[in-house]
Design a protein around this ligand. Structure first.
Ligand SMILES: [Cu+2]
Length: 536
């Protein structure tokens, strides 16, 4: 009997090794060397860059090997190389239980189309086309990718699939063709003016001479919109961030509204920006792939920043001091591997933090933690369990919104892979249900990312507590009913936890938030939030 656990352990570690170093059955062809290398990059639409093609798409023959390289040449953070789709019958596997740097190799066994992505940055996409003996790449079938079945066909040529994938857009021509790049003539101004400013991380914008410490060009700006006129007031770039600027992703303001803090998703840094002037005042290293930032509203740590590290296991606390930003704490957001992304502090006092841990190991299974904000202690971790209907949808949970609804603190957590929003009662630490928010090309709801090629992202609750708005990002430009758009925002009624509207939105729908409109603030001075909401 003593030998059994040892044998089990040995085969388990062999399995882990196989999964990490991922390879297929040996074949008669390859000589053992790679025919192409794909570098993971920080370049929008060209996140995996083939040495041979300069794009995220490469073509090889069965039995040949492609290496994937994650290093400082091209990216400032860690990633995964995760196989999402392969030809039926292929034995290729490729995934990692945590993010990493370094080289990974895949030998491709069968002709057909192989689709890869990064579990930290899910829209990073690579496509490897493997030719058959006649030099053709076999079609993508609806068995490989159920999305195709929802278009009413059983298979599509590889080039047709590539032509609609918005995440594969290496050149300006590709971006113009696949993305909604609009000019000021397409501007829509709401009838009622807003109040204050809207700050948007324009993460993919190219800036000449915006370089990191290695001299490599890195993208991203912040666009500041005057809400009163809905016109651009200012653009902030990272040329004065001392190289600590790369794909700016999400921001938060201090209470006085004179400082804005920004996280760099493809780097290791956060920045403090002077709001009135737009000057970058301070930048510090916090760890791999910081995502969102929220300040603690009350208690001894009032004003302290909380920053999840999506390519690591911890949430970092940063104090904004007279001598600059200082890390004061770093605590894991769950047991084991976490990869925390877009968290939220409980409405009002912020005494608890709800954190989506995007993935916990091999595969997309994640968890959602409720954390004591002051101590960092994990009070509850909901871990994905495929056999439990309440936790089964927790597949790559990525962003949280929270507020009290009729006195109940309710958290809404978007799960990128299942296409559902998990609703949690934060006080009783129970899951209340899961709300489908994505749409297949034939308008069906309740299906996962392989049917929809959509992922729900940010999910804030409205200040009047009545609605949660979920940004739904599409990985294709295929429009679908009822919105007739590829991307949308799903509006959830927080009393019934049902979607009451699908709002069409332009491509790239990712960040969403609620802002004040003129008139509303005046109302709030005299009446309750409910009464003001009811009067609009
Ligand atoms: Cu990544």
């Amino acid at each position: 009997m003593k030998n059994i656990p040892t044998t089990l352990a040995a085969s388990l570690s062999l399995m882990t090794l196989l999964l990490i170093v991922a390879t297929a059955a040996p074949t008669a062809y390859g000589d053992g060397g790679a025919v192409d290398t794909m570098s993971l990059t920080d370049e929008p639409g060209n996140w995996f860059k083939s040495d041979l093609t300069g794009t995220p798409f490469t073509t090889i023959s069965a039995g040949q090997r492609v290496d994937f390289d994650i290093n400082n040449c091209c990216t400032s953070t860690r990633h995964t190389v995760t196989l999402l789709m392969k030809p039926t019958g292929s034995r290729v596997i490729m995934d990692q239980d945590k993010s990493q740097k370094g080289k990974l190799s895949v030998t491709f066994d069968l002709p057909g189309v192989y689709l890869f992505h990064c579990k930290i940055h899910p829209y990073m996409t690579a496509v490897v086309g493997v030719k058959d003996g006649a030099g053709n790449i076999p079609d993508v079938t609806s068995t490989m990718l159920p999305f195709i079945g929802h278009l009413g066909v059983s298979s599509l040529p590889a080039e047709t699939v590539l032509s609609v994938l918005t995440t594969v857009a290496a050149t300006d021509a590709d971006k113009l063709a696949k993305w909604d790049i609009l000019d000021s003539s397409a501007e829509v101004k709401p009838g009622t003016p807003g109040v204050g400013e809207v700050w948007v991380d324009t993460q993919f914008e190219r800036v000449p001479n915006q370089r990191d410490l290695n001299g490599a060009l890195k993208p991203g700006t912040i666009t500041v919109v005057d809400a009163a006129t809905f016109s651009v007031e200012r653009e902030i770039n990272g040329k004065r961030a001392g190289g600590m600027w790369n794909n700016p992703h999400n921001m938060w303001a201090n209470f006085a509204l004179n400082s804005v803090y920004n996280g760099n998703w493809f780097g290791e840094w956060i920045n403090k920006i002077d709001r009135p002037s737009g000057r970058i005042l301070n930048s510090i290293t916090v760890g791999d792939a910081p995502t969102h930032i929220i300040t603690i509203p009350t208690g001894l740590e009032s004003g302290v920043l909380t920053v999840p590290l999506s390519a690591d296991n911890n949430m970092v606390k940063v104090q904004d001091t007279r001598s600059g930003l200082k890390i004061i704490d770093s605590e894991p957001t769950g047991i084991g591997t976490n990869n925390p992304h877009g968290h939220w502090l409980t409405c009002g006092t912020g005494d608890r933090t709800i954190v989506p841990n995007v993935f916990k190991g091999i595969g997309p299974a994640g968890s959602i933690s409720i954390i004591d904000t002051a101590s960092g202690a994990v009070l509850k971790e909901f871990v994905q369990n495929p056999n439990d209907p309440l936790t089964a949808p927790i597949l790559m949970p990525i962003a949280v919104g929270e507020c009290h609804v009729d006195g109940v603190p309710k958290a809404y957590v978007a799960n990128a892979v299942s296409g559902k929003v998990t609703v949690i009662n934060v006080d009783t630490q129970t899951i209340l249900g899961n709300v489908p928010v994505t749409l297949a090309p034939d308008g069906q709801t309740g299906l996962d990312i392989f049917h929809t090629l959509q992922a729900p992202i940010q999910t804030p609750v409205s200040p009047d507590e009545k609605w949660a708005a979920t940004a739904v990002l599409s990985f294709t430009n295929v429009a679908r009913p009822p919105t007739d758009s590829a991307d949308h925002v799903a509006i959830i009624n927080t009393t019934t936890d049902q979607v009451v509207a699908f709002v069409p939105t332009p491509a790239g729908t990712h960040g969403v938030n609620w802002g004040a409109k003129l008139g509303r603030l005046l109302c709030l001075r005299h009446k309750s939030a409910r009464e003001c909401a009811d009067s609009d």
